[in-house]
Write a protein that binds this ligand. Structure first.
Ligand SMILES: Nc1nc2c(ncn2[C@@H]2O[C@H](COP(=O)(O)OP(=O)(O)OP(=O)(O)O)[C@@H](O)[C@H]2O)c(=O)[nH]1
Length: 311
């Protein structure tokens, strides 16, 4: 007897757009009950899986984007998930890395003969950070491709912006992808979008000059037991000096208060959160995604900073 196909949701959006926050909310509200959740991270040290404990089954594809560098791993995992004897997975959610092209993932699954019959493409949901979205869309062609690939666009962080900013972003999204449905969200929960401001739409093409430079890459800095306050000082100095080059920072560091999840998006540091549970593999490794630096340079910078501070 032929099993029914598993419905796939691809969750995309640029670095720090709020994908894990949105998914965590929808896992806890039961929307994805029983789903197999696949978390894809550009960096080798995954963090997002720590935040998604509500998933029925959680898989990680780390160390590169599932649309290119880790495509083979993703497809092998999908075949395994769909082909396991006795497995009746009905729903799959792939949270892409912030550097991935969701459409390329959909295409890869559709092009795979064994997966095309086992997986039904449900929808591509792309999250757009209302706080940084306009800047990011102006600078990054990848972010525009992500938006263009969406069936549904979710504008996140509406609590952090005024109505005019949201309206400008909405007009820009209209220009990039007028067909997609659109919703607002605050910490994953759906919220109303302000009414469109039709007068803004005509200005958008001028704002889309492509200013992309070198490709964005993930680098890692290891604390090697250094006190967390020293790391915070170094990170502040780094963000101050290289803010335009740094798209995302995230990692878990040990502090006297517990395991602290440190995050920054487009140079803006977000409120840190204490994670439950004992120390885990990967704690003390901070992922920095940006352009114009390599992991060993960042590590050297951190070590020099420590020496200069007498640590
Ligand atoms: N104020 C506010 N902050 C939010 C909201 N959604 C997410 N954030 C914060 O934005 C930061 C990034 O959120 P994540 O959910 O980790 O974003 P992501 O897209 O999964 O990040 P990457 O996987 O690194 O691309 C975190 O500090 C979140 O707490 C929101 O609606 N409002």
């Amino acid at each position: 007897m032929r099993r029914s196909r598993a419905r796939l949701t691809v969750l995309g959006g640029f670095l720090g757009a709020g994908k894990s926050t949105w998914l965590r909310h929808h896992l806890s509200s039961g929307v994805f009950d029983g789903a197999c959740v696949v978390v894809n991270e550009a960096a080798a040290t995954p963090i997002d899986d720590l935040l998604l404990s509500g998933a029925g089954r959680l898989e990680v594809v780390a160390g590169g984007c599932a649309c290119c560098a880790r495509k083979t791993e993703l497809l092998a995992l999908m075949r395994q998930v769909c082909g396991e004897p006795g497995s009746a997975v009905e729903r799959i959610v792939i949270e892409t890395s912030g550097l991935a092209d969701p459409q390329a993932i959909v295409q890869a699954i559709q092009d795979d003969p064994s997966l095309a019959g086992a997986i039904e493409i449900g929808e591509v949901v792309v999250l757009v950070d209302a706080r940084h979205g306009l800047d990011v869309l102006r600078r990054e062609a990848l972010a525009r491709r992500q938006v263009a690939s969406a069936d549904c666009l979710i504008l996140t962080k509406l609590d952090a912006v005024d109505v005019a900013t949201t309206q400008r972003l909405t007009a820009c999204l209209d220009w990039l992808n007028p067909m997609a449905s659109r919703f607002g969200a605050v910490l994953g929960a759906e919220t109303a979008l302000p009414p469109d401001d039709g007068a803004l739409a005509a200005q958008m093409p001028d704002c889309m000059a492509d200013q992309e430079g070198a490709p964005l890459r993930a680098a890692e800095v290891t604390l090697n037991g250094t006190d967390w306050s020293m790391f915070s000082l170094w990170l502040s100095a780094l963000l101050h000096a290289r803010r335009p080059d740094i798209a995302r920072v995230k990692g878990v560091i040990g502090t006297p208060a517990g395991r602290l999840l440190v995050q920054a998006v487009q140079g803006a540091v977000h409120a840190a959160a204490i994670l439950p549970g004992p120390p885990a593999t990967g704690d003390g490794t901070i992922v920095v995604i940006g352009r114009g630096f390599a992991g060993d340079e960042l590590q050297r910078s951190f070590e020099r900073f420590k020496t200069a501070c007498g640590a």
